[in-house]
Design a protein. Structure first.
Length: 233
């Protein structure tokens, strides 16, 4: 049953292959071997995930339990199925099982379950566990959740404090820290600016956050000019 299920899904995925897209997309993900990338555009894969869950929910359950997956697109399919989970606790269980198997920034960043917003208090308590994880993309996903859901007025101070305290040599975590603070500058400029002005971020994260903020259309010309003066040498 398991083998048949995975073989059918894999056959479906291979039938959607776009080799030119695979060649292009593989260059964006140096952590994933090219031979593990089929080459499927995201809207097509998301549509397939919705159709599979609607028509064959039992197959989806089997697939979600068949970790680790072989192909990059199988991981993305897994992420898109989790996105459709409507029960908060079930979603967290699925995420905790899946996140340690995520091996690239694209799979991590494409996953945005809407059900997480149904219980922000519970999500807030879970995120510190994620961001302190030794799994690179579990930590990255936790920071992304803070950036997506907790840069509102009520949570931004605590969110910035949590993220600024992180210290790591992992490139993909540091990139998310920079992205987080660039977004914070767009949404909570004065509060985020205090983290840029001081030594609360590593020089690399500080400079990268400034770079991303300066590239953003949500930052004013005057703010960009000031941010440029705060870059570390």
């Amino acid at each position: 049953m398991l083998t048949d299920c995975i073989s059918k899904i894999r056959s479906d995925l291979l039938s959607m292959q776009d080799l030119s897209y695979r060649d292009f997309h593989s260059k964006l993900m140096p952590t994933v071997d090219k031979d593990r990338i089929i080459g499927i555009r995201t809207p097509i894969l998301r549509k397939y995930a919705k159709e599979l869950l609607k028509s064959k929910p039992e197959t989806c359950t089997i697939f979600l339990n068949a970790l680790p997956h072989k192909y990059y697109e199988e991981n993305n399919l897994h992420a898109f199925i989790i996105e459709q989970e409507k029960n908060f606790d079930n979603c967290i269980t699925l995420l905790n099982a899946f996140l340690p198997h995520v091996d690239n920034w694209a799979t991590c960043d494409c996953m945005n379950p809407k059900v997480l917003m149904q219980n922000k208090n519970a999500l807030w308590k879970i995120i510190p566990m994620w961001i302190s994880s030794e799994s690179v993309y579990t930590a990255r996903f936790g920071i992304k959740c803070l950036m997506t859901h907790f840069l509102d007025e009520a949570h931004c101070d605590a969110s910035m404090s949590l993220v600024s305290a992180l210290r790591t040599d992992e490139y993909y975590i540091n990139m998310m820290i920079a992205w987080f603070f660039a977004t914070a500058l767009a949404l909570q400029y004065e509060k985020a600016l205090e983290y840029i002005r001081t030594d609360k971020l590593t020089p690399w994260c500080r400079n990268k956050a400034i770079q991303k903020a300066v590239e953003s259309y949500r930052i004013t010309k005057e703010q960009k000019e000031h941010l440029r003066t705060l870059k570390c040498n």
